[in-house]
Design a protein around this ligand. Structure first.
Ligand SMILES: Nc1ncnc2c1ncn2[C@@H]1O[C@H](COP(=O)(O)OP(=O)(O)OP(=O)(O)O)[C@@H](O)[C@H]1O
Ligand SMILES: [Mg+2]
Length: 374
């Protein structure tokens, strides 16, 4: 990545969490003396997190946005406060290599999973896979859905097979791969499996083959994964969130990103600069002024994407909507950010919910799905 972020990542993004110097929270604890405060609490909840400050060292020359998905203490405190306000007993633990032993010791009723994973192609599926192996209930996607939704080409292939509208795309394993003839410029280049705009910058739009191949080479080298090349969809950035399961879902007001507050030299794309570096300049329209028909259509598509990717409890689907009124699905976030500044939280707040209401709604969806009464 070419020095595109001016602030250290993990700082202050309304997607990405704030890095905190504060140490010693229970999140990285393997201390055997830590145990539930109340044996009689209606629920014992293990809040599983991946804090930026606990991340393993990154390789030399890694792009500065590589840890942008990881969380911060103040966000974790907000999740815990929301759950504790309901008088649940909450222990906080890192979703790391110590997790299995820790869970075996504390035996939670359910885990509230926020783990993005520290690395690996299927990083969002790692904690769900462990929880499935241990037969411990948890919120959010199962390993299969987490792996699918983390991998953009796999998601788009599934959505295409259901005739859901996605941009044309081609995966480049090498910058020299032949460009398919149906891939017409402008094209958009991004990593195949990241989030929070990681690897998405001003130069992600290619208008000629030279630029395309340079950018593909950069993504493959910097992010150590194939590059996803899509038709660039000129249009509005729309995102639609829900909580619930199956047909029992609640849609939040749809958000349109308003790019007018960002520096003029930035393209109107929702990349890591917009999400993290210039987070304080973020503006949105929520509810997006789409009219009833388009609102219903975006919600219908969101629900269908949620169901066919087998997501659970909550999700956020990102779209581009053309001037002609054609929505294109860019991705589903199976484990969307729920920090106090995340898009999902801002949507919920736009209809009068608090951040705590949102956290508890995700928990309630998980409890109901797992048949756990409190
Ligand atoms: N094919 C495309 N055409 C136009 N813009 C695109 C395209 N793909 C991505 N973008 C732009 O890049 C932004 C981020 O893309 P995308 O949602 O795929 O990345 P992400 O890092 O997974 O995001 P998130 O933070 O939601 O996890 C989109 O909101 C949009 O502005
Ligand atoms: Mg997105």
């Amino acid at each position: 990545m070419e020095g595109k972020t001016t602030k250290s990542i993990g700082s202050n993004g309304h997607h990405a969490p704030e890095r905190s110097a504060e140490q010693g929270s229970p999140a990285d604890s393997t201390d055997p003396s830590i145990s539930w405060r109340s044996e009689t609490a209606t629920l014992h909840i293990a809040l599983l997190v991946n804090l930026a400050r606990n991340a393993p060292p990154v390789r030399r020359n890694a792009p500065t946005d590589i840890l942008a998905e990881l969380d911060a203490d103040k966000n974790v405190e907000a999740y815990a406060a929301a759950l504790r306000a309901r008088n649940y007993d909450v222990l906080i633990q890192e979703g790391n290599a110590h997790l299995a032993g820790w869970l075996d010791r504390v035996q939670p009723d359910i885990c509230f999973n926020t783990c993005e994973g520290y690395g690996g192609e299927n990083r969002e599926a790692q904690v769900p896979a462990l929880l499935e192996m241990l037969s411990i209930p948890y919120t959010g996607p199962a390993p299969l859905a987490a792996a699918i939704t983390h991998d953009k080409p796999t998601t788009q292939r599934i959505l295409s097979s259901y005739n859901l509208p996605v941009p044309h795309f081609q995966v480049f394993n090498s910058p020299d791969d032949a460009l398919r003839t149906d891939m017409t410029f402008p094209l958009f280049i991004k990593p195949t499996h990241e989030g929070t705009g990681i690897g998405i910058h001003n130069d992600s739009i290619a208008r000629d083959e030279r630029h395309l191949r340079d950018k593909v080479a950069e993504i493959i080298a910097d992010y150590r994964q194939p590059a996803m090349v899509e038709t660039y969809i000129e249009g509005k950035d729309i995102t639609c969130g829900l909580v619930g399961n199956g047909d029992d879902v609640h849609f939040f007001p749809i958000t349109e990103v308003d790019f007018s507050g960002y520096p003029a030299e930035l393209e109107a794309i929702y990349g890591v600069e917009q999400k993290v570096t210039y987070d304080e300049l973020y503006r949105n329209k929520c509810p997006a002024p789409l009219g009833n028909r388009m609102t219903d259509e975006i919600r219908r598509l969101t629900h269908e994407v949620f169901l066919v990717t087998q997501c659970r409890d909550f999700a956020r689907v990102d779209f581009r909507l053309t001037a002609e009124g054609r929505p294109y699905i860019l991705e589903i976030n199976g484990l969307p950010g729920i920090t106090p500044r995340s898009d999902l939280t801002l949507m919920a707040e736009a209809e009068g919910w608090t951040h705590a209401d949102l956290v508890c709604a995700v928990l309630d969806a998980g409890l109901k799905r797992c048949g756990i009464s409190k």
